[in-house]
Write a protein that binds this ligand. Structure first.
Ligand code: SF4
Ligand code: SF4
Length: 191
């Protein structure tokens, strides 16, 4: 569906500044080559493509960006950040946008996206890295959906893609210090 034309009264740079600061990147360096668009594995499921989101950020279109499905469809795979010739860290931008959205109480249109997001964060808090089985169990319990995809889980298990036991990083304290209250017991976003 064609997007409505933007009506800009004046250019507010504060949103872009905030995103750049949180993402530790300079989105102004983007020259819209669309390499990230062409390599993002989830672009078809997004309402705005990654470079379009970046352009909207630079144009100060905060409401549109924070309400987009794109920021929650992004899985943070880093493909875009790796390929960008301008070293724009798009994955970090998406993460910053999710953070700002939740701080402002802008919830994703699909609630399960937030449940999944928090399941991943909780797993990282606990082990210092994601443990797939732990993420799946957390997600399914919170989503009250215990039995769908059991066949996929079994296939992953048979192919040894699903470790039963988690492994912890050595410096768990350092990882946990990245979370809001620094001890890994803080609430995840939106809970
Ligand atoms: S790859 Fe980099 S420069 Fe190219 S459109 Fe994406 S963010 Fe912009
Ligand atoms: S990090 Fe997000 S935007 Fe970038 S390629 Fe992966 S899914 Fe797409």
């Amino acid at each position: 569906m064609p997007k409505p034309a933007l009506k800009l009264k004046k250019l507010d740079k504060s949103f872009a500044d905030k995103v750049n600061r949180l993402a530790h990147t300079d989105s102004r360096m983007c020259f819209q080559c669309r390499a990230c668009y062409n390599t993002c594995p989830f672009v078809q499921a997004m309402d705005y493509s990654p470079p379009a989101i970046l352009r909207l950020v630079l144009l100060g279109q905060e409401k549109t960006v924070l309400n987009s499905t794109t920021i929650w469809t992004c899985v943070g795979c880093n493909t875009c950040s790796t390929i960008c010739p301008q070293r724009v860290d798009m994955a970090a931008v998406m993460d910053a946008l999710r953070q700002i959205a939740l701080e402002q109480g802008v919830m994703p249109a699909q609630p399960e996206a937030l449940i999944f997001h928090n399941a991943i964060l909780d797993s990282i808090k606990k082990y210092g890295r994601t443990h797939k089985l732990d993420v799946m169990i957390r997600y399914k319990v919170k989503n009250l959906d215990l039995f769908s995809d059991v066949d996929v889980g079994l296939k992953m298990f048979v192919k040894r893609k699903l470790d039963m036991l988690p492994s912890r990083v050595k410096n768990l304290v350092q990882v946990r210090s990245l979370f809001p209250n620094g001890n890994g017991n803080g609430k995840s976003y939106g809970k």
